[in-house]
Design a protein around this ligand. Structure first.
Ligand code: PLP
Length: 438
């Protein structure tokens, strides 16, 4: 699209997330409107949203139930004083999230996004051990290639060098292990690579002294590394290791939560219950900024008892009534419409279409769970994503593309026809990208 002088000047006065304005200007998109699985830019061009914005629009854009819930809440109250009160709808949301979370996880605090949820869970873990007689447990183990947020704690737990080194020194007490993908070419089977990767977590805990380790934080499906999808056994091993050394297992489900993997939370598809879940993105379908920390119900006891004991944490907009009204509508819609099962059904359709890309000779691996899938390019196509991102935008398709892989996670309400249209555009974009890079 053509950018006006005014827009160009204004773009120079703000910034886009994790990208240079100059790069954005090579294929700029200024959006004006969205409905269902579509966006329209200010020239009226339509874009199919094959990634829910950025894993956010679980029910698509402008979902009537979510809009109605927000409208009703807007008429009643849009803010409650956090040091004096909590809103009724926030309590309703706390109750509902506790009902749909894995059994035993019922201590819920809504926040305004994923980074806040992660940051809070890290602080919660440290304070929990201080108040339960093990004050030296503070270290956090996470994985290279992970992304846990842009704030200092989330960034320290993240494992992406270029996004971190500019802000060094990082917070202390954050240790890293590799994901199973790092070892996949060194073992005969994927299962063995997973076992080895899980074992490294125990090795690190033992070498650091278990009395100093508070938590292990992992994404059930890791986005930034390229939809990294460890085995179920890997997560079961992590659970056993964490239990053995009294280390909290935190699942960062900011991307995997709210239906995409075939259950409300990926933890439920794995049959592994962490001690804390961090949620965000799809929780309110993008209608309002919302996230949540969902911890083991019994952990609340460490913060109860009066005498000034509390979780020394909060954010002005945490539990915002309008956001909670939107979140409540999203969760109820997912449950009542059986959208977790739909994610599995349509995910199979998507997987089949992605497999068909093999005929271009570019696919190394298809990964993911349910309706959260990724395609890794094989050699010599590791840089294909650059051309593909641009081709997709020109073809009216929003995708998550990194040079070496791309991810697809459309809204749970996507129809079969819409999915096929998205896949046709993916194929066309691959073809265009191959032509351009030939
Ligand atoms: C796994 C994961 N955790 C945390 C975050 C941070 O969430 P937010 O951008 O809402 O702060 C993200 C964002 O992409 C994420 O993918």
């Amino acid at each position: 699209m053509e950018i006006t002088d005014r827009e160009r000047a204004l773009l120079g006065r703000t910034f886009l997330d994790f990208q240079a304005t100059e790069d954005f200007l090579e294929c700029p998109v200024i959006l004006e409107r969205a409905q269902g699985v579509c966006y329209w830019d200010r020239d009226g061009k339509r874009y199919l949203d094959a990634i829910g914005g950025i894993f956010v629009a679980s029910l698509g854009h402008g979902h009537p139930r979510v809009m109605a819930a927000m409208r009703a809440q807007m008429e009643r109250m849009t803010f409650a004083p956090p040091l004096h009160s909590i809103s009724d709808v926030t309590l309703d949301f706390v109750e509902r999230l506790g009902q749909v979370a894995p059994a035993g996880l019922g201590y819920v605090k809504p926040f305004s996004g994923g980074s806040e949820a992660v940051e809070s869970s890290l602080k919660f873990a440290r304070q929990y051990f201080k108040q339960t007689g093990r004050p030296h447990k503070y270290k956090v183990i996470s994985r290279y290639l992970a992304y846990h947020g842009a704030t200092f704690g989330g960034m320290a737990a993240s494992g992406n060098g270029p996004r971190k080194t500019k802000f060094e020194p990082q917070m202390s007490g954050f240790l890293k292990v590799f994901t199973p993908n790092h070892y996949r070419d060194r073992f005969a089977t994927w299962d063995e690579a997973n076992r080895f990767a899980a074992q490294t977590v125990e090795d690190v805990i033992l070498h650091e002294d278990p009395e100093t380790v508070a938590a292990v934080i992992v994404e059930p499906v890791g986005n930034t590394g390229g939809i990294i999808t460890p085995t179920v056994e890997y997560f079961r091993m992590l659970r056993e290791i964490c239990t053995r050394y009294d280390v909290l297992l935190i699942f960062d489900e900011v991307i995997t939560g709210f239906g995409k993997t075939g259950a409300m939370f990926a933890a439920q598809t794995l049959g592994v219950t962490p001690d804390i879940i961090c949620a965000g993105k799809g929780i309110a379908s993008g209608a309002m900024p919302l996230g949540a920390m969902i911890a083991r119900t019994d952990m609340a006891e460490a913060f109860a008892g009066g005498g000034g004991r509390n979780f020394a944490h909060g954010h002005t907009f945490a539990g915002h009534p309008l956001a909670c009204a939107a979140g409540l509508a999203v969760v109820n819609e997912i449950v009542e419409q059986g959208l977790c099962a739909r994610a599995v059904e349509i995910g199979e359709l998507l997987r089949g279409r992605l497999r068909a890309l093999a005929r271009f000779g570019i696919v190394r691996e298809i990964r993911g769970r349910g309706l959260l899938l990724g395609v890794e390019f094989c050699a010599p196509y590791q840089e294909l994503g650059k051309a593909m991102k641009r081709a997709a935008l020109e073809n009216g398709l929003i995708l998550r593309v990194d040079p070496g892989w791309f991810a697809v996670a459309p809204p749970l309400i996507t129809t079969d026809e819409q999915l096929h249209e998205m896949c046709d555009l993916i194929e066309k974009s691959v073809q265009d990208a191959l032509t351009r890079t030939a």
